[in-house]
Design a binder for this molecule. Structure first.
Ligand code: MSP
Length: 662
């Protein structure tokens, strides 16, 4: 064990004032994939993830929840941890910034920087963005240039870090280590930022209570970024990092919006303390929803749990790594997710595994057959598989996950084609035919074994099933990729138990299930809205008045008054790809323009709706329909047995937009 090469990688540590969405999930899954891959390359790997638990945001969220901060963050950290478990993420170290060992490391790092002359006391007044936890260069009243949200004027006594002293050393470091910041675009961005000059940085706060105290300097607590970045070091021994042998980190994997903290501040802190610098900072792109960054504050997030529940964790892992070119932004869509699941996983890997096993079961008594001499078609496949081993390893090394998966899937496609061309099922029972069939089935199973090994870092759950189906010993995670070669599949090996891999699923049904789980999860405690008349199944975003019931339950006028309905005017209307019943509308309700989805697409032409006045329920909690936020409900009658929606409207009167319906 001791002579193994060590490899240390980290995810960002996540804020605990919210719960994970698939943007956070993306960073963590990427890290977990690298971790699994490096293990298969023989490294002694440590992966750190964790939670960033201090700061004014947490103070405020805990207050809102009516619990002490420590209780609030403990609950949130447990949620983050549980989710990573469900996603098969194998973090070795889950660091919380409220851990004692972390506080000691932060205080120690500060002491080193101070003793080395890089910390001095001062005062600072500036505009502070509490969402990004950073002072920003804007005037009072102006919004944060990074996230667009409001800033606050803050004046405080604090300790400054002499960041200005590190302009030159940092530029020298970047020049000497051209791969330090990846990808190239981010490197250029950081270089021009540093070349523009660095201002000293305030690294303690007196305006915040919820933080790690600066020893002997209370009420100073550490600035959250000084605190958070140090977590990477606390996780692997802190001041005793030399004992663990895992510092410096091989790679800090981060989202592109926090590259500056990692590629400028963090190395400067480490230089000031005389500590080794991480080898690489890799900034990935964002997951977008309708071309906008997915984020809680924008209300456009997709949570991972419903996806895992309906399609399985491997489906989410595969989709995130296959669909987005690593380093670039990528759009999320339920439609593409289910499409990938059905085409690549169910019809691709899953189908190849089950038909191979079924043919071996039938023709070879459930044991891997013995191949005879390979023919050109077999050898061509062998060559392709052998080449894939080297290429995929190289692509994983370069974090080119989508290309790696593309290559593995073209091997799977070539094998499907090979089976169609060779059609082993139509061979007879002569010796020659039996030998030929055995060769084809062995070749197919061998490709499957290689594809399984190569895919394991991305699909840990399903590849484990395929591995045991092929009767292979141990776990695929313990395969040494460096020893993986064509031809190692041993004839005579009995197949293992067959287990369900990726059952095919109807797209509309899958999306419906994921979205309704997502909506359930997002439902706030009932705002005591009076129950609306039943809507037609199709008219999810419309309140279609149901036929009167025999014994309607009576409600008081005060209950009815809770439903706020107003006159709205449709401004735009468009169809939603993959949702034939829904239209996405923007509706002017007098005070604002709302986006509302209505289940009327089969009965109304979008173009003909523009300008039409409709009745809108405006105080309904927002929900998502097919991944599209719907913020309100259009009222419609439900007509006939099929519940055709007919929009309620105001044809005879020129009613004012925004007028309330009473
Ligand atoms: N706590 C800081 C990081 C401190 S690291 C020492 C923080 N936390 S965060 O909860 O906001 O998580 C940020 C990370 O989550 C991003 O850097 C990125 O890795 C990931 N993502 C959050 N939203 C994302 C997308 N929409 N898309 C992809 N990743 C995103 O910043």
């Amino acid at each position: 064990m001791t002579d193994k090469r060590k490899y240390y990688l980290t995810t960002p540590i996540y804020y605990t004032n919210g719960l994970p969405h698939i943007g956070h999930t993306y960073s963590t899954i990427v890290c977990d994939t690298i971790r699994r891959y490096k293990r298969m390359r023989g490294y002694d790997v440590v992966m750190t993830t964790g939670t960033d638990e201090h700061g004014v945001n947490v103070e405020r969220s805990a207050k809102k929840a009516g619990v002490p901060e420590s209780e609030f963050v403990a609950k949130m950290a447990a949620e983050w941890r549980a989710l990573w478990d469900e996603l098969g993420v194998q973090g070795d170290e889950f660091i919380r910034t409220t851990d004692l060992k972390h506080a000691h490391t932060v205080q120690w790092l500060f002491k080193q920087c101070r003793e080395n002359g890089f910390v001095y006391p001062g005062h600072y007044t500036g505009q502070y963005c509490i969402y990004d936890n950073a002072y920003v260069d804007v005037k009072p009243g102006e919004n944060c240039p990074d996230c667009g949200r409001s800033t606050e004027t803050v004046t405080e006594a604090n300790y400054f870090f002499k960041l200005s002293a590190f302009q030159k050393p940092l530029l020298q470091w970047y020049a000497k280590h051209p791969d330090f910041i990846q990808p190239e675009a981010r490197r250029n961005e950081v270089l021009s930022f540093v070349e523009g000059g660095l201002r000293d940085l305030s690294i303690t706060r007196t305006t915040i209570r919820w933080g790690i105290p600066v020893p002997g300097e209370e009420p100073h607590v550490f600035y959250v970024w000084f605190d958070a970045l140090t977590a990477y070091l606390s996780a692997v021994g802190g001041p005793q990092y030399e004992k663990t042998g895992f510092w410096p980190a091989d790679v800090h994997l981060v989202g592109k919006e926090i590259i500056r903290f990692h590629a400028v501040y963090w190395p400067a802190f480490l230089m000031a303390a005389g500590l080794p610098l991480p080898k690489q900072i890799w900034a990935h792109g964002w997951l977008l929803m309708d071309s906008t960054k997915m984020s809680k504050s924008l209300g456009n997030v997709v949570r991972p749990r419903p996806i895992v529940h309906v399609l399985g964790m491997d489906a989410l892992r595969y989709y995130l790594l296959r669909e987005t070119v690593f380093g670039q932004d990528g759009n999320f869509s339920y439609d593409a997710l289910v499409q990938r699941y059905n085409s690549d996983l169910a019809n691709g890997l899953g189908n190849l595994a089950s038909r191979t096993a079924a043919m071996i079961e039938k023709n070879s008594g459930g044991k891997i057959p013995k191949p005879a001499a390979l023919q050109p078609s077999d050898s061509a496949l062998a060559t392709q598989a052998q080449a894939a081993i080297g290429d995929v390893v190289e692509q994983y090394d370069n974090l080119a996950f989508s290309r790696a998966l593309e290559q593995i899937w073209s091997l799977i496609a070539a094998t499907d084609k090979y089976l169609t061309t060779e059609h082993p099922w139509s061979l007879g029972e002569s010796d020659a035919d039996q030998q030929r069939r055995a060769t084809i089935l062995w070749t197919t199973a061998e490709v499957l074994r290689i594809a399984t090994a190569l895919t394991h870092p991305v699909l840990p759950e399903s590849t484990t099933k395929v591995w045991s189906l092929l009767g292979q010993p141990g776990q695929p995670g313990s395969i040494a990729l460096d020893n993986l070669r064509w031809g190692q599949l041993v004839p005579g090996t009995p197949l293992g138990k067959s287990q369900a891999l990726f059952p095919r699923i109807e797209k509309a049904e899958a999306i419906e299930r994921m979205e309704s789980m997502e909506n359930e999860a997002q439902k706030q405690p009932s705002p005591a809205v009076a129950p609306m008349p039943a809507s037609t199944p199709a008219a999810s975003g419309t309140a279609a008045a149901a036929a009167p019931q025999a014994t309607p339950e009576k409600i008081g006028i005060e209950d009815f008054a809770k439903v706020e309905m107003r006159v709205g005017q449709i401004k735009t209307a468009e169809r939603i790809v993959g949702a034939d019943k829904l239209l996405k509308l923007t509706v002017d309700i007098g005070t604002e323009i709302r986006q509302i989805c209505a289940g009327i697409a089969q009965y109304y032409e979008p173009e003909k709706l523009i300008g039409r006045k409709v009745a809108v329920v405006v105080n309904l909690a927002p929900r998502k329909l097919r991944g599209v936020e719907s913020n309100g409900m259009i009222v419609a009658a439900s007509v006939g047995p099929e519940g055709r929606p007919v929009l309620a409207g105001f044809p005879d009167e020129d009613v004012e937009i925004g007028a309330r319906l009473k």
